[in-house]
Design a protein around this ligand. Structure first.
Ligand code: COA
Length: 358
């Protein structure tokens, strides 16, 4: 993947063979290569061949040179490499020794991550650091990565081995069982959807369409919902880093679901839109409140999100009461946005809940 991207202090760009002399300054430095699995380069021409061997058109690799905006110097390189075996991206970076300790590695990899995420789905990033390399550990911590296990790192030529950690940041928003008690005393479960929920989900979609005029579909418009379609939807939302779906189960039955999603576009990624619906037999038991608590938590954990947004149809007093209770306020009205089968027109209201200011 070719890259040209700006961060505050750096330009991230694809390396070229002419970069070999500058890259040799870190590739040939034993201190930089100490905890790297590849041996230190002893000849500039080997660095040139390494750069020549990179394939900027490979969509699974994004290798970037880090160029200081202030001086135009190339001071390091690194990137992200997709691993087909586990669907995660491995990160790696090297920086010229005289530039250590200024936050450049973090800034550069943060930029590469933003760039790759604007083009590819990134379910998670993984990396390794040596136990004796606190600087690298700090970079990964600042990127939000957490240690998930021990590893022995070995030089590719077998000349040395040392202990280290595997680190991971998982962007997938899989919500595991959140148990709670309904107002009627029954226990309920909120979690990400699983394949076993597909029949219950289809039943819920078809039934709810006929129970309320406050959702957008009529029962006869539910034909598009198929087991295959639901499976594809579940797989997508469970793998995504910019949306999550939650289902609520009561006595094993799908009571309803809710969804939160946001765009990846720089100008709009601070706005998360949410939606919710439940089967009528489960209204008024506190499920909506609990689901909103989870969605608010998801929004709060994603630092880009400044506000949550939703719409409701005029007359939906129950939904409005829930939303106001959860901190939403009405911000606008779209007159006659909804037209029922009998020709009745209804306004649609939009609401916003602030998550943070910046
Ligand atoms: C809207 C919906 C998701 C709410 O979920 P829910 O589980 O019933 O909500 P909760 O029980 O957690 O909370 C509802 C709140 O509204 C209050 N409420 C209920 N009916 C109300 C009414 N007619 N007027 C005012 N408040 C009402 C409840 O007392 C409760 O507040 P409380 O917990 O402080 O007592 C659910 O009713 C539903 O699926 N409706 C049909 C689909 C729909 O309208 N979706 C939203 C589209 S915008």
């Amino acid at each position: 993947m070719r890259i040209y991207y700006h961060t505050d202090r750096l330009i991230l760009r694809t390396l070229k063979p002419e970069d070999a002399p500058a890259a040799f300054l870190w590739c040939g430095d034993p201190d930089v290569a100490r905890y790297m699995v590849y041996p230190v380069y002893t000849r500039e021409e080997d660095v040139r061949s390494w750069i020549g061997s990179l394939d900027p058109d490979d969509p699974d690799e994004c290798e970037a040179g880090f160029v200081l905006k202030s001086t135009g110097e190339l001071i390091g390189s690194g990137g992200m490499y997709f691993r087909r075996d586990n669907g995660l991206w491995t990160i790696g970076y090297n920086l010229r020794k005289d530039q250590w300790g200024r936050g450049y590695a973090c800034e550069a990899i943060g930029g590469v991550l933003e760039y790759v995420r604007s083009r590819r789905e990134v379910r998670g990033i993984q990396g390794t650091f040596a136990d004796d390399n606190p600087r690298s550990r700090r970079v990964m911590e600042k990127l939000g990565m957490a240690p998930v296990g021990d590893i022995t790192l070995t030089k590719l030529d077998g000349s040395a081995a040392w202990p280290g950690k595997r680190v991971l940041e998982d962007f997938r928003m899989i919500i595991r069982d959140v148990e709670f008690t309904l107002k009627d005393g029954r226990s309920a479960l909120i979690r990400s959807p699983r394949d076993g929920d597909i029949p219950g989900m289809l039943e819920y979609l078809n039934t709810s369409a006929g129970e309320t005029e406050f959702i957008l579909r009529y029962p006869e418009e539910c034909g598009k919902y198929t087991p295959e379609g639901e499976k594809a939807l579940f797989d997508r939302v469970n793998a995504a880093d910019n949306e999550a779906m939650l289902v609520c189960l009561v006595d094993g039955k799908v009571a309803g679901n809710c969804q939160i999603m946001w765009s990846r576009m720089i100008k709009t990624r601070h706005r998360a839109s949410v939606a919710i619906a439940l089967l009528k037999e489960f209204w008024g038991r506190g499920i909506g409140t609990r689901m909103f608590r989870e969605m608010i938590r998801i929004a709060e954990e994603n630092e880009n999100i400044l506000q949550m947004e939703l719409e409701f149809i005029e007359g939906n007093t129950r939904a409005r009461a829930l939303y106001e209770k959860m901190g939403f306020r009405i911000t606008g009205v779209r007159p006659n946005a909804i037209r029922l089968k009998d020709g009745t027109l209804r306004n649609e209201y939009s609401m916003i809940r602030e998550i943070r200011r910046s």
